[in-house]
Write a protein that binds this ligand. Sequence first.
Ligand SMILES: C[S@@+](CC[C@H](N)C(=O)[O-])C[C@H]1O[C@@H](n2cnc3c(N)ncnc32)[C@H](O)[C@@H]1O
Length: 212
Amino acid sequence: MTVKDRQRLDDHYSRQARKQGFPARSVYKLEEIDQRFKLFKPGQRVLDLGCAPGSWSLYAAARVGERGRVVGLDLTPVKGAFPPQVKTLTADLLDNNIDLVAGEAPFDLVLSDMAPKTSGRREVDQSRSLELCRMAWLWAGQLLHPSGHFLFKIFQSQEGEEFIKSLQPYFSRINRLKPKATRSQSLEIFVLGQVFHPDPAHLSIRLQPEGG
Ligand SMILES: C[S@@+](CC[C@H](N)C(=O)[O-])C[C@H]1O[C@@H](n2cnc3c(N)ncnc32)[C@H](O)[C@@H]1O
C-alpha cells in the first residue's frame, strides 16, 4: 500500500467514525478485534483504561447493553453523552489507586488502549508504553473474573515481548494483533489474553503456542 493509499484509508476511518457518532477512529480497531474474537456478550462488565475521548466505551456499552456495565478511566476528562451503563473516571492509572474501580469488579473484560504522549524518541515511547501495560496488567490480574479477557495496546519492543511472554501462564491463549485501522507507521500492536486463570499452577498442561 502506498503512502497515499494509507492516507486515504486513514481519512476514511476518521470520516466514518464522525458519521457513526464515535469521537475517535480507534473504535474500528476494537470492532475488528471483536468481530474476530467475539469479545463482548450482553450483560458483561468492562473496564476501559485510557478511555478518552470515549469511542471504545461507547462501542462496549452498545455491545454489553443496558444490563452491562462499562467503567472508563483516563487522565483526560471525558466529555459527551454516554448511555447510563457507562461510568467514567478521571485519574492517572500510574497513581495505582485501584480502589477507584475495585467496587465495580470483577470485570469480564479489561481493555487498555492507553498510549503515552509520544516524545518522538522511540526508546522513551516504548518504555512509557510498557510502563502503562504493566500497570494495566497489575490491575487486570486483580480485577478480572476467572475466564475473563485482557486486551491491551503496546508499542513493540524487546522488553515488551518479554512482558507479553510473562503473561502466557495466566491465559489459555495470547494473540498479537495489528488491526487494519492501525496506522502503518505505528509501533503499536494489540495483545489479547483470553480466558484468565488467576492461579497459573492449574494451567501448565493447557499452554498453547502464541498465534496472531
Ligand atoms: C488512543 S487514546 C484512547 C482512545 C480511546 N480508546 C477511544 O476509543 O476513545 C489513549 C488514551 O490513553 C490515556 N492515558 C495515557 N496515559 C494514561 C494514564 N497514565 N492514566 C490514564 N490514562 C492514560 C490518554 O489520556 C489517552 O486519552
